[in-house]
Design a protein around this ligand. Structure first.
Ligand code: SAM
Length: 248
């Protein structure tokens, strides 16, 4: 592991990392997959319809799809959206609609999720399940690039400072371009969830942050948030990493 104090590009702490980072007495976790299944299915309430959506997605891609957001992560985000009594959100990156369905479950009957993706083929799968779950009226699907839709929303002053939450899980190279646009759309107290901020561990590798484009762009959005006085930031090592940014 690299020296964390060497990196000048983002917020950092100068105390000894050995003292603060180690978690003592942790048991080895050889049966991690089994435990993950137990947590997902016995310690979260996930409908069989949502599991069918995952199953169909896995079958279509002929293997467990890495694009699908994790079961426990979606339940976590859904829980936060509920805790916040959120009514209006934006999702960038819908794929086959699993996370959008989770958000829609958390929204009230008159809630709205603007769900943005470029693939009709993939979102058609999601649409089928949104309808079956009876939440399709809460989801407005926009089949366009993320920047186009965000700029369109921003062009109407009435949209600024009004959204309760947003979730970014689309093209990684555009992550930094999405950041300020979303912050402008969020209300004070609203929050942005950024997916994949651990990026399979590459985020902690200086060489990857420098030379791998997607890692560099993911790091850039985290860095933007870490140095932004308008927000508070928190990252959790859940699934592939989730950074949550709350607008003050
Ligand atoms: C990781 S998947 C999203 C997974 C989804 N959140 C879920 O829970 O299953 C990323 C999605 O981003 C979409 N995407 C890629 N480039 C995009 C862009 N420029 N604008 C909007 N969506 C884009 C892809 O079509 C893909 O469906």
């Amino acid at each position: 592991m690299e020296d964390l104090n060497k990196d000048k590009s983002a917020h950092k702490n100068t105390v000894s990392k050995d003292m603060v980072m180690k978690k003592y007495g942790e048991a080895p976790h050889e049966n991690r997959e089994e435990v993950q299944d137990f947590v997902n299915l016995r310690m979260n309430k996930v409908s069989s319809l949502k599991l069918r959506l995952r199953q169909e997605t896995h079958e279509k891609f002929l293997r467990p799809s890495v694009m699908l957001t994790g079961v426990d992560q979606c339940e976590h985000m859904k829980f936060i959206v509920k805790l916040a009594n959120a009514k209006k959100g934006i999702e960038l990156g819908v794929f086959t609609g699993y996370s959008a369905l989770s958000f829609a479950e958390a929204l009230p009957e008159d809630g709205l999720l603007i769900a943005i993706d470029v693939s009709k083929e993939w979102t058609d799968i999601g649409m089928k399940y949104w309808k079956e779950a009876g939440v399709d009226h809460k989801i407005q699907l926009r089949l366009e690039g993320g920047i186009i839709v965000l700029d369109e929303l921003l062009a109407d002053e009435n949209n600024k400072n009004t959204f309760d939450f947003a979730f970014i899980d689309a093209d990684k190279n555009n992550y930094p371009n999405y950041y300020d646009r979303i912050i402008q759309l969020l209300r004070s107290g609203g929050f942005l969830m950024i997916d994949n901020t651990i990026w399979n561990g590459k985020i902690a590798d200086e060489e990857q942050r420098t030379n791998d484009q997607e890692t560099a762009h993911i790091w850039q959005i985290v860095d933007l948030a870490m140095n932004d006085e308008r927000v508070e930031v928190h990252t959790i090592y859940l699934s592939d990493g989730l950074t949550i940014v709350k607008k003050k």
